[in-house]
Design a protein around this ligand. Structure first.
Ligand code: HEM
Length: 511
């Protein structure tokens, strides 16, 4: 990788930096037409494949893909095979190319920035487009997560101006702060004599995330933080469903299985789970719409929230988008919040510095943003960006044919010392450092780190998630001195990287 030798020159100016990045990028990749001597993608290093079973045997005990659910396996594979790895598909799972090089990743992501296809969630796509169709329930659009091509583009360009407009998102500042303060009260009430939270911490963070995203998706409070909420309440059922969904989707979408040929028990279980989750979100969206109708005509256009605005533009899209917000915005925000709290609890100096910034009451809070960003670098909830190539590529001398899935492993790249100085350390200061500081984040390719993905297909909930997390983290640090004891929590990689616990947090009153 040329980045390190180019580093001193990078500092000349942002203009020359961009040019040099392009040169660095094109040394690993080039246009397919200019290079006739490419090797086949089959020659890319990776776990060797066998006839019929592909790479299945590597998942067995002793195999190099055993424990694939523990993050870290991919880094070991990069160490062994280099920054371009091939996983051959098996039992109709697809061939995948995994990239651990930022410049090559940037080249792919930027080249796919017109109508990008993000594969994955095949079983959900199957549920929404085929299974329901069999039941006569399919509509044309199924949502941003499962649609592609022109259908996706029409949906996305309709919802983008509403969902990404900072003015629309700012409307939620005070209600999200209300949710944060209610959550603080709940945490205070739920502490035991050791100042630990009695209830399952993971469920608690999910309840906060669901209550927060519901204010945006439905325009009303769900009251998930109410202590009288029953275990079988729709809110708790939905949280469980969303959590189970990511585990189930991983089983069906990325692991070998026969469901693509026959109706297996796991497949039937998944279809039931997806149906239950859909019915629960529909129940909440209906409730939200009814409440909005009750208060109709009482608000000026500037006061109208996301759901109201979407309903005026396209009712069908409004329903689908609200459901997908409840689905995509819960586990993601909850795990990011837990990761940030864990890293601040284990770095008391950083926590004190953050508390100082918060108590100063200054409107701009760069260190707050930096603490969250740095947590997402070290413990991201999504491990990388994935695209189905819409054209042939030359990547590092190999021909990657159109139609192949390419994964850019941001998690691993972000933890490599050659991209971030002291990469294994939690240093929020790297995101606020000046350009002449060796820690300065801009010394690496911006696409090394992409917690919300990239380009036209990037996370549509980004601004909402950032506001939710910043608001709640502010209240937590204002109210508690957060501590941690014992070893780090376990992480499990499914479609998301879940923090499994144990959650050894201590929440003492802040002085
Ligand atoms: C910290 C919290 C979150 C993280 C880390 C996160 C991360 C991501 C990532 C990595 C993607 C894929 C982007 C790509 O392929 O380039 C994505 C897509 C998406 N996210 Fe988020 N997300 C978060 C919160 C949310 C929230 C709160 C919502 C709800 C409003 C949401 C809704 C979506 C949707 C609908 C997509 C699909 C977008 C499309 O394909 O057009 N996410 N998210």
């Amino acid at each position: 990788m040329q980045t390190s030798t180019l580093k001193p020159v990078f500092r000349l100016s942002s203009f020359s930096k961009d040019i040099l990045r392009t040169i660095a990028a094109t040394s690993n990749v080039s246009d397919i037409k200019t290079d006739a001597n490419l090797k086949s993608w089959k020659e890319i290093p990776g776990p060797p494949s066998l006839p019929l079973i592909g790479i299945l045997h590597h998942f067995l005990p002793g195999g190099e893909l055993q424990n694939f659910e523990i993050p870290g396996v991919v880094q070991r594979l990069f160490d062994k095979y280099g920054p371009l790895i091939k996983f051959e598909g098996m039992l109709r799972t697809r061939d995948i190319i995994v990239l651990g090089d930022p410049e090559t990743s940037a080249y792919v992501l930027r080249s796919e920035n017109w109508l990008p296809i993000r594969p994955g969630f095949f079983s959900l796509e199957h549920y929404r487009k085929e299974y329901k169709n069999g039941k006569g329930q399919n509509s044309r659009a199924t949502g941003l997560i499962t649609d592609h091509g022109e259908v996706w583009k029409d949906f996305r360009s309709t919802v983008n101006p509403v969902m990404l407009q900072p003015r629309n998102i700012k409307l939620y500042s005070s209600v999200l702060d209300e949710v944060a303060q209610d959550m603080i009260k709940r945490m205070k009430a739920d502490r035991d004599e050791k100042n630990m939270i009695r209830n399952n911490f993971n469920v608690e963070m999910n309840l906060w995330a669901l209550e927060s995203i519901a204010t945006v998706a439905l325009g009303c409070r769900l009251n998930c933080l109410d202590h009288s909420l029953a275990e079988d309440s729709p809110a708790k059922q939905l949280i469980q469903c969303i959590h189970d969904f990511f585990i189930m989707a991983d089983k069906l979408d990325f692991k070998p299985g026969l469901w693509r040929y026959i109706s297996t028990p796991t497949y039937r279980k998944a279809m039931k789970l997806y149906e239950r989750q859909e019915n629960l979100t529909k129940y909440f969206v209906k409730k939200g719409v009814e409440q909005l109708k009750l208060n109709a005509n009482q608000k000026s256009n500037n006061e109208k929230g996301v759901l109201e605005k979407l309903l005026e533009i396209n009712e069908e899209y409004a329903y689908i988008m609200a459901s997908d917000m409840l689905f995509a915005g819960v586990d993601t925000a909850a795990n990011t919040m837990t990761a940030t709290l864990y890293l601040l609890a284990t770095h008391q100096d950083k926590q004190d510095k953050l508390r100082e910034e918060i108590l100063s009451k200054s409107i701009k809070r760069p260190y707050l943003k930096a603490c969250i960003k740095e947590a997402m670098r070290m413990m991201p909830v999504v491990s990388g960006s994935i695209r189905t190539a819409t054209k042939d590529y030359n990547l590092m001398g190999y021909k990657i044919p159109k139609g192949m899935d390419i994964v850019c492993s941001h998690r691993e790249m972000s933890l490599m010392e050659k991209h971030y100085l002291r990469a294994q350390e939690y240093i929020p200061e790297r995101w606020t450092a000046e350009k002449d500081d060796p820690l300065y984040y801009g010394n690496t390719n911006p696409l090394t780190f992409a917690p919300f993905g990239f380009g036209a297909r990037s996370c549509i909930g980004r601004r909402i998630a950032e506001l939710e997390i910043e608001t709640f983290l502010t209240r937590v640090i204002e109210n508690f001195k957060v501590e941690w004891f014992g070893p780090p929590p376990k992480l499990v990689q499914t479609s998301l990287i879940h923090i499994k616990g144990p959650f050894n947090f201590i929440f003492k009153d802040a002085k």
